[in-house]
Design a protein around this ligand. Structure first.
Ligand SMILES: *Cc1c(COP(=O)(O)O)cnc(C)c1O
Length: 383
């Protein structure tokens, strides 16, 4: 049986599948089993930031696979030590601590648990249109009703307020609140940047009321917005910072950066079997090397601006608004986005949606100028 038939027979059925079987990738290009070639503006949903199968990442994985693949965190490990030392330098605190896990949702779960433990409170205030993952705790912070409702009751203590609404935040955050959690650019929620005013107010309100501020940078982190962290755009020092997606070049990995206001947690209260494994850490070290050698953050700032202004110049009555930061870009349409995604695939461009009417582009940060020009040309043709 061929790939699509077999998957169709045995897969969970959890995903709205596209009719393409991808079997190979390099840089911003992926190839399907039928030989068709695509420019990949999905990048595994913002995972392949250094490009698919970057040679340095592939070599690091291969070398570490010959040395040591698993090493639970009860033991020290050279790759892990090197990685957390390097990541710490890029986090917005003098002396952060770092917890390693295997996905974005796990990072969010951890941040929520730490906030509850540290404050002795249970309330969590999150944002409408926010997305934080699908496990029960993370899902409780996620806003979308169709994701939440079938699994109710969720974790108690969560409330959602309109994003960028300072007055509502000031009303809802109380002495019973453990944490406020937000994305600095809402990704799944439609590519919506936070206003500087809202972020400043969130920091101030949290400070005044002894509440921890959790920033979910699972999608915005690692250069995606044109700075290493979206926090850097806002000069924001959160208390907990969640990372995931792009960290290890496609190997599953998540992390929580823990700031100085979070109380130390006693050994045994939280953990992970695979978290901080040497294979993921070796890949993550190679990813940081690629970021430095190829100047990916600076490059993303320049190419992102150019891409945004080219998209804004498309003269189509179907476009309502073009939003974004770096190479996290959304085109809000006056129609449903999925038919446009399908039409783009016919023309060799893979793109995402973010809600019903937003077309989303999350290309590898190594994408070339020529490839981005081709994307703009095909979007123009379709719209
Ligand atoms: C993707 C994403 C998550 C969830 O990450 P998983 O690895 O799928 O669990 C959480 N928060 C944000 C902002 C995301 O974009």
């Amino acid at each position: 049986m061929d790939t699509i038939t077999t998957e169709t027979q045995f897969t969970s059925g959890f995903y709205a599948k596209r009719d393409i079987a991808l079997v190979q990738g390099r840089g911003a290009t992926v190839w399907a089993e039928d030989g068709r070639e695509y420019i990949d503006c999905t990048a595994g949903i913002g995972v392949a930031s250094v490009g698919h199968c970057h040679p340095a990442v592939a070599a690091a994985i291969a070398a570490q696979a010959e040395r040591l693949i698993t090493c639970q965190e009860m033991f020290y490990n050279d790759q892990r030590a090197r990685f957390i030392g390097r990541l710490a330098e890029r986090l917005p605190w003098e002396a952060p601590r770092i917890f390693l896990c295997n996905s974005g949702a796990e990072a969010v779960e951890t941040a929520i648990k730490l906030a509850r433990l540290s404050t002795g409170r249970s309330g969590v205030v999150s944002m409408m249109r926010g997305f934080h993952g699908r496990t029960l705790g993370a899902l409780s912070a996620t806003h979308k009703k169709t994701y939440r409702q079938p699994f109710a009751p969720l974790v108690p203590g969560f409330s959602h307020i309109p994003f960028n609404n300072t007055a509502r935040l000031a009303e809802v955050v109380t002495e019973a609140t453990a944490a406020v959690i937000l994305e600095l650019v809402q990704g799944e929620g439609g590519v919506r940047p936070a206003t500087a005013e809202f972020v400043r107010a969130a920091r101030r309100i949290c400070d005044e009321r002894g509440v921890l501020l959790i920033v979910d940078e699972v999608q915005t982190g690692y250069g995606r917005t044109g700075r290493f962290l979206a926090c850097d755009h806002y000069r924001l020092q959160p208390d907990l910072l969640c990372l995931g997606k792009a960290m290890a070049g496609g190997v599953p990995m998540g992390a929580v950066g823990i700031g100085p206001r979070v109380q130390n947690i006693a050994p045994g209260l939280h953990g992970s079997t695979f978290g901080g494994n040497p294979l993921a850490c070796a890949a993550a070290n190679a990813v940081l090397d690629v970021f430095a050698e190829e100047g990916l953050v600076e490059r993303t700032a320049v190419f992102g601006e150019r891409f945004l202004s080219q998209l804004r110049a498309i003269p189509s009555p179907q476009i309502r608004e073009v939003r974004g930061m770096g190479l996290l870009v959304g085109v809000e349409l006056k129609q449903r986005a999925m038919p446009v995604v399908r039409a783009l695939a016919q023309r060799g461009i893979l793109a995402l949606t973010a809600g019903a009417t937003v077309l989303r582009f999350l290309p590898p940060l190594v994408i070339s100028e020529a490839e981005l020009d081709k994307v703009v040309a095909e979007v123009t043709a379709v719209l």
